[in-house]
Design a binder for this molecule. Sequence first.
Ligand SMILES: [Zn+2]
Length: 295
Amino acid sequence: MTVKIVTLRALEPGPVFTVLGAVHGNERCGPEAIRRLIDGIDRGDVLLGRGTLQLVPVANPKAYEKGVRFVERNLNRQLYPKDVKTYYEDHLDPILCDLLDKTQVLLDLHSYTSQGGPFIFSGGNDAKELAFAQALGVSDFVTGWSEAFGNADGSREGQGTTEYARLQGAIAVTLECGHHTNADAADIGHRAILRALAHLGMLDPASPAAAALDPGRALPKRRYVRMKSVFRRESGAEFAKSWRHFDPVAAGEPMARLASGSVLAAPEDGFIVLPKEKAAPGEEWFYFGAVASGS
Ligand SMILES: [Zn+2]
């Protein structure tokens, strides 16, 4: 099994920009968006004016082939090269990390299980990263993943592609293109890559694709959410209602009920993030994020 990596180098120096698809194998929009971009490059619609573009349509090939999120270990958690390789995904770590070590900007394309539209996970502490995220044509932003995941214990449980890349000094965002089967998910991913290239000054303005970008297109009002907590499902626990991603919750409103009958209430005004109603006991179930400002 091999990981396909397509690298384009313009004659003019510039940033090293990496786009990843199918870090989770059941998320099909990233590979489709990257393939469309490669087709556009091959046709001459997309001209790279400067810099280096590293494209990985399918970061987890075996999981992609099987149509599953991962085979033995979530590739987007505990991502770092390991001396002792226990799981299949451990063999992918050095390949991805090697690419990310050389990367100044990362765009990682995902989709998700709950119903909802596109949004971006960003670090939230870096003005350049925020400006990059805001350039991608999406209006919902979630920050504070690492803090919510409690990486301070040194477990690196919450360290995925973007966290790893940021440790190497890169700007890094995850674009969740919407529910797995949303018809527009690949379009959103493809447009975001083109907009990223334009934002980074890597897209030659003479590219036919540049004319179709429409930077003035009106977007819905931007929403910013700061992640506060991660909830794993306990056996017998149920949602208080059938949540959709980005449903607002008021302080004190029940979010879920545990088997004991006790209620998980929202600690403050905020949003339900990525609810997975049918998560198995012990799995990530949903996240709570507080309303945040956009700066
Ligand atoms: Zn994913």
